[in-house]
Design a protein around this ligand. Sequence first.
Ligand SMILES: Nc1nc2c(ncn2[C@@H]2O[C@H](COP(=O)(O)OP(=O)(O)OP(=O)(O)O)[C@@H](O)[C@H]2O)c(=O)[nH]1
Ligand SMILES: [Zn+2]
Length: 198
Amino acid sequence: MGKYQDNTPASLTRPSREQAEEAVRTLIRWAGDDPLREGLLDTPARVTRAYEEFFAGYAQSPQDLLQATFEEVSGYQDMVLLRDIRLESHCEHHIVPIIGKAHVAYMPSSRVVGISKLVRLVEVFAKRLQTQETLTAQIAQALDAALAPRGVAVLIDAAHQCMTTRGVKQPGVSTVTSQFSGVFAADVALQERIWRLL
Ligand SMILES: Nc1nc2c(ncn2[C@@H]2O[C@H](COP(=O)(O)OP(=O)(O)OP(=O)(O)O)[C@@H](O)[C@H]2O)c(=O)[nH]1
Ligand SMILES: [Zn+2]
């Protein structure tokens, strides 16, 4: 009998906690230290628990999150914009933090969603291994799919620690990405209004 009975590729099967902790011990040795010295003994367990927090988004569904919508907003039709949502993610190339701000806007058609859900939506995708472009696009696409609004705008402004603390070492650089759909994609004046609001 094969090791993986459901034909799931080995690269997709979740290791046990013990295997994950062993991998951390390997990386500690790779860094040049002794995983058995007192100060590092509990580190593998802490790191795996930290990974559960950093990457909690894999276990969360954006569709479930955006299910509860409502219509009664007394005919309100203009944009809803959440500015300065704290963004904490990890770059998929180096697994180091991406820290910044996300701004999410949509132009409702008939339904709106609880504003906290927009923050949670950012978190679902941020708590995965990401590029900033993918993160921006995934948030926009999930909102479009769930609310069928007249348009969506997602902007992210973030610093990548893979560029600030290593590599090119440019602490002052932030990366700005944006994705517009619907009326926001069609109307440059609307895009300008958003940039001004930010
Ligand atoms: N487009 C994009 N690139 C990213 C993102 N996060 C990190 N990167 C880049 O991914 C690239 C990986 O390049 P490689 O040459 O394979 O890796 P590297 O040798 O570590 O690159 P350096 O960072 O230049 O030292 C780097 O240029 C990173 O700056 C992101 O969110 N979007
Ligand atoms: Zn990186």
